[in-house]
Ligand binder design. Sequence first.
Ligand code: SF4
Length: 428
Amino acid sequence: MTGKPKQLVQLDAAEQAHESRKPLFGLDLEALEARMVEAGEPAWRGRQLAEALYRQRIAGLDAITTLPKPLRQRLAVEGWEVGRPRIARVFQSVDGTERYLVECQGQDAQTVETVWMPEGDGGEAGDGSDLDAPEMPENPEMLGAPSIPRLSAERVGNQKSQQEFVQYDNASGEQGKRWERATICVSSQVGCAVNCRFCLTAKLGLQRNLTAGEIAGQVIAVFERHGVEVGRDRVNLVFMGMGEPLLNYDNFMGAVRLLVLEVGLSPRRMTVSTSGIVPGIERFAQEPAEVRPKLAISLNAPNDRIRGEIMPINRKWPIESVMDAVRKVQLRPRERVTFEYVLLGGVTDRPEHAVEVARLVRRTGLPIKVNLIAWNPGPGIEYTMPQPEAVEAFRGVLAGEGIPTYLRRPRGRDIFAACGQLKRTVEG
Ligand code: SF4
């Protein structure tokens, strides 16, 4: 580890929402219009409200001055509030990554985790960042690159990220932009029921589903912190945080629709990762392209035997059934399906595994790519990190088989922000 990360912000909990409060944030345009009509107002007031919540990102009812004051007061008396999730704590990595405990307002002020990765994680399309990329690789960490960075527990940052390290002393993060593009990793559930053996989130079990507002609200809270300008800044969303999005399907897609239709983000800058929930993938395949994010499958093993051991969900939906479901997704031009592959030392990282993986993903007959992730250690998990030589050999085999392959840089390991490490850890 390189230096102790700082817990930079712990906001006053005095502003916690009262339990009886009803959040407006999370309601779609139709629901907001209906709310206004119920209040005896014209339906177009719902559009004003949507503008205020999702485009102007106004956090308090009082500040929505497009609505007449008596209406705002009436809504407040009835128990309505904006009710957007807020960043309660910030942990900052030496590599510039930030992990947030985001507090959901309303019923129980539980926290979930959201991660900000300035400059992405090198995962190319796995982080949704290849929208404008040419078909041929140009990322130096890609297929055929002469060398790969050494992977070790000590190497969590690089010179550049350390030079760019900025200390924030408030939750807004107003320090001017120090990034050209960024990726936000969003949670969909508190905890997770899928129980992948290599994942720290699994240790929490499933505590509850997040609402659409709580999922979309993580994004808006982070946008506010970093002053993201929608339509100008290159920010990708990956639904790869805590939870299995396709086991919270309606709320997950509700959040995506809010982010696309009301906030104005492109679904092509969003990627959802699933452990292979076949009915969820089949439903996802029916979504219109205008609101459908890109798909990533968390494959992680070369065959059913190993996958069944490290991901028990595979016993219910084996690899072939997942592949059949994936083939039902109508890909957009230049879109590819991503296969995420966590390399576990001695378990999934052998060259013969890479050969099997190449065959597997090729058999889909779809445009695909593979994102390799060297496993991130976590307390109480009995796997080991892969050796750098094994990672290089694995990538070399896939490259030799002609599979577009990317290595995702480990981001924020020192603050438990990296893949599979999200467990609402409060110690730095
Ligand atoms: S890897 Fe994803 S699906 Fe598996 S237990 Fe962790 S959060 Fe759940």
